[in-house]
Design a protein around this ligand. Structure first.
Ligand code: DAH
Length: 359
């Protein structure tokens, strides 16, 4: 009996191993499983025989069965795994497009700034900048702003209490007194003074032709066209014989290039302490209304006040200049037809991804 069972088990093992080796695919493997391994398969009756064999044969037969299982079960699993892996590889379609990976892009405010810089560069302007933390001297006094000008109010300007921040701005107490209190600059115009002072200090003379983009701060009421932290771009041209015609020509060329040929302008007389005469530029474009108004103020400008030139050490008898400053948020509003600048600050990627050029 022992021999008979041993032979049956051996025969079964070699049948199963050759059937497994011969199975060409998963379907054939399934047939092998049903034929041998299932409840009604060919292994079951042999196991039954072992189960009903006389007690004294059980240890020997048990060992045979264990050896048998240790051979055929792993052989079956191996084939099964091989077919599964093959099926997975076969499922890859190399012609499918890749999954998109979201890529960040420049914020619309900075994209607008960079476009503006690009246009001015082509017109021969250089880049300049100055600190966000300024002094009363640069932000107001040197720009010919009267001591009682309303913009100096604590209700309009952020003043800083920390004298430690003065570090690097002035060397000693005397110049600190001259420079006045520290504040967050309310405009980029102080860069005009810094640029002209540096020029005079390095023994050079005009021509000067710069633009200075940067962040500005005001204690304003926040609404669709005002923020408390915003961006401006300052422009300054100083040379012999610079005229109002140069100012108008430069700004019209710039804004048309930036915002389109169909842009309409008007130069409205205005007042700024650091220019004389001074103007505000309003722009209008068909279909682009903010707060229901046709005209949007986009720029302040004028001929540099002789006192400003003199304050910075430039001879106003010999040189004249023009200056301008505009809000970059307002420009971005026109570029993107967005009618509320607060949207730019919310950092909602659904909006930003529609407005930003992909880089
Ligand atoms: N600094 C002014 C402002 O923030 C804008 C401005 C007006 C700048 C006239 C200028 C200028 O350079 O000439 O409202």
């Amino acid at each position: 009996m022992e021999n008979e069972i041993r032979q049956q088990i051996d025969a079964l093992r070699s049948d199963i191993l050759s059937a497994l080796a011969a199975a060409p695919d998963a379907a054939a493997l399934e047939e092998v499983r049903l034929k041998y391994f299932s409840k009604n398969g060919l292994i079951a009756p042999v196991m039954e025989k072992v189960g009903s064999a006389p007690k004294e044969l059980r240890p020997v037969l048990g060992r045979l069965v264990n050896e048998f299982k240790a051979t055929v079960n792993p052989a079956f699993e191996e084939r099964k795994n091989a077919f599964a892996a093959a099926a997975e590889t076969a499922g890859i379609d190399a012609t499918l497009p890749g999954r998109p990976v979201p890529v960040g892009s420049l914020h619309p405010i900075y994209a607008a700034r960079d476009r503006a810089i690009g246009i001015f560069r082509r017109l021969g302007f250089a880049l300049a900048d100055g600190p966000d933390i300024e002094t009363e001297h640069y932000n107001f006094d040197a720009l010919n702003t009267p001591k009682d000008h309303p913009a100096r109010n604590e209700g309009d300007t952020f003043y800083l209490a920390d004298r430690a921040l003065r570090h690097g701005l002035s060397k000693d107490d005397a110049s600190a007194a001259k420079e006045g209190r520290l504040l967050l600059r309310t405009q980029t115009s102080p860069v005009q003074i810094r640029v002209l002072e540096q020029l005079a200090a390095s023994g050079k003379q005009p021509p000067v032709r710069i633009v200075a983009p940067g962040r500005c701060y005001r204690r304003d009421e926040i609404d669709a066209t005002h923020g408390i932290a915003f961006h401006q771009m300052e422009g300054l041209v100083v040379d012999e014989g610079v005229s109002l015609a140069d100012l108008k020509g430069t700004l019209e060329l710039f804004f048309r290039e930036l915002l389109g040929e169909d842009l309409k302008f008007r130069f409205r007389p205005h007042f700024f302490p650091f220019t004389e005469p001074s103007f505000e530029v309003d722009a209008s474009r068909p279909g682009n209304q903010v707060k229901g108004r046709e005209w949007l103020e986009i720029c302040g400008c004028g001929m540099v006040h002789p006192k400003v030139l003199a304050n910075a050490g430039i001879d106003p008898e010999r040189y004249t200049g023009f200056a301008f400053g505009f809000g970059i948020e307002r420009i971005a509003m026109m570029v993107h037809q967005v009618n509320d600048l607060r949207l730019f600050g919310e950092n909602d990627v659904r909006l930003l991804s529609q407005l930003s050029p992909k880089v």
